[in-house]
Design a protein around this ligand. Structure first.
Ligand SMILES: [Zn+2]
Length: 281
């Protein structure tokens, strides 16, 4: 009987403290959108395995985000590599990445040094999200466990470059692999949401701001707005069914929380947050 009572107590406690609980007191959280480059896509049809978007070209944006939680900073994605600064678009390439300004330059504008970043959260392991990671080697790396494992695969999966993540892969910096969802600060204000499909360990980021309300950063669950409508599953994604399920999850979370849903690669969504160096609170 005592054992049952203990089990019931544990069960009650588990339900009393769900990982997605809305914070009791509103934590002091601030969010900036950072410019992490542009990617010219020569043939947009690679973003659909049902032959949508044929004949279209598109310039996608590359976004990173800084989150301040009290005294702590978290960087969400680290953009294109700084080696691309000043690079010209190769017209023959499927993806033409360019970069105008690096992350340290932008952070300096708001008085933040790279060594102040406590957490480097990566939505996934592709080169356009990991590019400037090594600049933040003092930070603990938060990345989906499956994406961390894939950085060691031979041959490497599409678009995966482990070079910027060497400090973590070589054990010289702290790594904290994420399975399922992760409440980063333990108060529900910043939560990585499992959203596999584009890559096996893909995550999106939910940020609850005291005045703005909930903001949901898409990772690469989708890359541009039309993908919601036609459910464009890129031909290079890891899993079609997971991709569709993750799209549905993000839309449902956004509807439930009345969140501002931001597609990180969608140029039109840049305006959903204040223009840097201004922040959302
Ligand atoms: Zn991307």
């Amino acid at each position: 009987m005592k054992r049952i009572a203990t089990a019931l107590l544990a069960l009650t406690a588990a339900f009393a403290a769900p990982v997605h609980a809305a914070p009791n007191q509103t934590p002091d959280v601030e969010l900036w959108r950072l410019d992490c480059g542009q990617i010219t896509v020569r043939d947009l049809s690679v973003f659909s395995d049902t032959f949508a978007y044929a004949g279209l070209t598109r310039i996608l944006t590359d976004s990173c985000y800084l989150i301040r939680h009290g005294q702590d900073y978290m960087l969400w994605d680290s953009g294109l590599p700084a080696g691309l600064l000043g690079a010209k678009v190769d017209p023959s390439a499927m993806f033409g990445p360019t970069l105008k300004v690096d992350l340290p330059t932008q952070l300096a504008q708001i008085g933040v040094k790279p060594d102040q970043i406590r957490y480097l959260g990566l939505s996934h392991n592709h080169f356009d999200h990991t590019g400037q990671a090594a600049t933040f080697a003092k930070a603990t790396l938060l990345i989906g466990a499956a994406d961390l494992a894939a950085l060691k695969h031979e041959p490497l999966p599409f678009a995966v470059d482990p070079a910027p993540l060497r400090p973590w892969l070589d054990g010289k910096a702290k790594t904290d692999p994420v399975t399922g969802d992760r409440d980063v600060f333990g108060d529900g204000s910043v939560v990585m949401l499992a959203a596999p499909g584009h890559t096996p360990g893909e995550t999106a980021l939910l940020v609850r701001l005291p005045r703005t309300g909930a903001v949901l950063l898409s990772g690469d669950v989708v890359h541009f707005a039309e993908q919601w409508e036609k459910h464009g599953v890129p031909t290079f994604n890891a899993d079609r069914a997971d991709t569709l399920a993750s799209m549905a999850r993000l839309q449902a979370v956004a509807a439930e929380l009345k969140a501002t849903l931001i597609i990180q690669h969608e140029p039109a969504d840049i305006a959903k947050l204040p223009a840097f160096p201004k922040s959302a609170r």
